[in-house]
Write a protein that binds this ligand. Structure first.
Ligand SMILES: Cc1cc2nc3c(=O)[nH]c(=O)nc-3n(C[C@H](O)[C@H](O)[C@H](O)COP(=O)(O)O)c2cc1C
Length: 158
């Protein structure tokens, strides 16, 4: 069955994850960065995996718009939802704010994928926020491969 991973990524962490999922599911799976390309044929997919990252409390607007603009169609699909974010204690709150309630209820799998902070990729103000607000002063590579694989394998037989 046809699958697609729809994602948005600011500094490449979520993009890395999207490619990992595609590698597990195989070349028949499409991959689209919703920040750059407007997906118009959602209905031609059976499985739609949607993810983004949290910055200053919110997921990318492009992901929010994709979900709300295609909500009726998505509610008829096998949907997987995932999030990359650093504050694990706020994960649930941030996840609930990221995706519409009906989609969260309909999703067959929802996963927290961890996060990455790579100082080489951050802008000037982002570095200040990381150091002063979040207290993170060095690179962190904390992706959860187990959760990524678990989500992907939900779609093995779909
Ligand atoms: C400027 C900035 C703000 C962030 N704000 C949050 C936040 O509010 N909550 C959170 O859990 N993580 C926050 N993060 C962590 C990101 O969600 C994490 O680094 C994620 O892996 C980024 O993925 P991306 O590169 O795909 O955008 C922030 C990171 C940066 C650089």
């Amino acid at each position: 069955m046809k699958s697609i991973v729809v994602y948005a990524s600011r500094h490449g962490c979520t993009e890395k994850v999207a490619y990992l999922i595609r590698n597990i599911l195989g070349d028949n799976t499409d991959l689209i960065n919703i920040e750059k390309i407007n997906l118009t044929n959602v209905d031609s997919y059976n499985n739609v995996i949607i993810g983004g990252s949290i910055h200053k409390g919110s997921i990318q607007e492009s992901v929010q718009k994709f979900c709300s603009n295609n909500l009726d169609t998505l509610l008829r699909k096998n949907v997987g939802l995932f999030l990359c974010c650093a504050m694990e204690d706020k994960y649930e709150e941030q996840f609930n704010g990221a995706f519409p309630e009906s989609l969260r209820e309909k999703a067959i799998v929802k996963e927290y994928f961890g996060y990455e902070i790579d100082y080489e990729r951050l802008g000037f103000f982002e570095k200040i926020i990381m150091k002063k607000v979040a207290g993170i002063r060095e690179n962190k590579f904390k992706l959860n491969k187990e959760n990524i694989e678990r989500l992907a394998h939900f779609f093995d037989d779909k």
